[in-house]
Design a protein around this ligand. Structure first.
Ligand code: SF4
Length: 304
C-alpha cells in the first residue's frame, strides 16, 4: 500500500479536530504480564524522533491532552523527553503507569512540566497481587506515596469486572485518605490477553448502568475529597495512537476497531478532505525543524 496518499473509510466518530485528548502508546514493552492485558507486547516500537513527529502532528490538529501509555511507558527511555516535548507543544502530559518503575529524574521532569501520573491499582494488597499475578502491591504503593509527597497530581485507575468483590466505597475512602487526586473505575473490555475472560468478566447492560449510577453517587458523596469517575470503555470508544504510528478508534471488541489516520514520520500529514464519513490524508513534505538538533541524538534511543 502506498501510505503517502491513504484514504480510510469510517463510520461517524471523532474528527481530527475533535481529538482534544488521546491515549499515546509509546511502547508495548512491559515488566509485568497481567493476564487481562489489553495491549500485550506484540507490536513494533518507534523511536523518540518519530514520536516527536507524532506529538507535533497532534498538537497542530487540536490535541490538548496526551496520556502516555503502554505497555509500561516509564520503561521507554525517551519518555521524559516526550513529556518535555508535550508541554513545549502546549499539551498537558499524563503518564499511565503500572507503578513499579520510576526512572531517574522522573520526579523533577514531571513536576517541572506539570505532568500528572495515573497509576493502576486494582484493590487492596491481596486483590491487586492476585489480579496482576505478581507480588507488586507494596512497590506500587511506594511509588504512589513518592509521587504524592513530590506534589505530583496522582490518580488511580481501578479495573472493574463481573464478579469483582471490591467494595467501591471502602476503596474510594482509602484512596482519598492517602491523598490521591482522582480514582477512575475502568470497566473490563475483552481486548488483547483479556479476551480470554470475555464470558466471565463482561458486564451486562443493566450491570453497567447500575455501576455507573453507583459511581456517580460516590462522586457526589466524596466531592471535595477525591474525584471519582467511571471510564465505561465497555460502551464508550476512545482514541489511541498506536506504536505503529496509526491513530485508531478503539471499541470494546478490538475486531471492530477502526484506523482513522496514519502519521508519517519526518513528514507532515495534512487532511486534504475531511467529512463525517471520510478522511483522506495526503503527505506534504516538511522541513526538518520538527526535530531540534539538540535532542536528535535521542532518535535511536530505543529500549528494546
Ligand atoms: S496490563 Fe499494564 S501492567 Fe499489565 S502487562 Fe499490560 S501493560 Fe503491563
Amino acid at each position: 500500500m502506498n501510505t503517502s496518499d491513504t484514504t480510510f473509510q469510517r463510520r461517524p466518530g471523532p474528527t481530527l479536530d475533535q481529538m482534544t485528548s488521546i491515549c499515546f502508546r509509546v511502547t508495548r514493552a512491559c515488566n509485568l504480564r497481567c493476564s487481562y492485558c489489553q495491549a500485550p507486547p506484540n507490536a513494533k516500537q518507534l523511536g523518540v524522533s518519530e514520536l516527536f513527529d507524532a506529538l507535533a502532528y497532534l498538537a497542530r490538529h487540536g490535541t490538548r491532552r496526551i496520556k502516555f501509555t503502554g505497555g509500561e511507558p516509564f520503561l521507554y527511555r525517551g519518555i521524559l523527553l516526550l513529556v518535555e516535548r508535550c508541554r513545549a507543544l502546549e499539551m498537558e502530559p499524563t503518564i499511565v503507569t503500572n507503578g513499579t518503575v520510576l526512572p531517574p529524574g522522573a520526579l523533577e521532569c514531571l513536576r517541572k512540566n506539570g505532568a500528572r501520573v495515573k497509576v493502576s491499582l486494582h484493590g487492596p494488597r491481596e486483590v491487586h497481587n492476585q489480579l496482576q499475578g505478581q507480588v507488586v502491591y507494596d512497590s506500587v504503593m511506594a511509588t504512589i506515596k513518592t509521587l504524592i509527597e513530590a506534589r505530583i497530581e496522582t490518580s488511580i485507575h481501578t479495573l472493574l469486572y463481573r464478579g469483582s468483590e471490591l467494595d467501591l466505597e471502602t476503596w474510594v475512602s482509602f484512596l482519598a485518605s492517602i491523598g490521591v487526586h482522582k480514582v477512575s473505575f475502568m470497566t473490563y473490555v475483552p481486548r488483547g490477553r483479556g479476551r480470554s475472560f470475555k464470558d466471565v468478566w463482561s458486564f451486562s447492560e443493566a450491570e453497567l448502568n447500575k455501576l455507573s449510577q453507583d459511581i456517580d453517587e460516590l462522586a457526589i458523596r466524596y466531592r471535595g475529597a477525591i474525584i471519582v469517575r467511571c471510564l465505561d470503555f465497555a460502551r464508550k470508544p476512545y482514541i489511541v495512537f498506536e506504536t505503529d504510528g496509526s491513530i485508531n478508534w478503539q471499541v470494546a471488541d478490538e475486531g471492530q476497531d477502526e484506523r482513522l489516520f496514519q502519521v508519517a514520520f519526518g513528514s507532515k500529514w495534512q487532511p486534504s478532505l475531511h467529512t463525517d464519513n471520510l478522511v483522506n490524508i495526503s503527505r506534504v513534505s516538511e522541513a526538518t525543524h520538527i526535530l531540534p538538533s539538540e535532542v536528535s541524538h535521542a532518535a535511536d534511543n530505543r529500549l528494546l
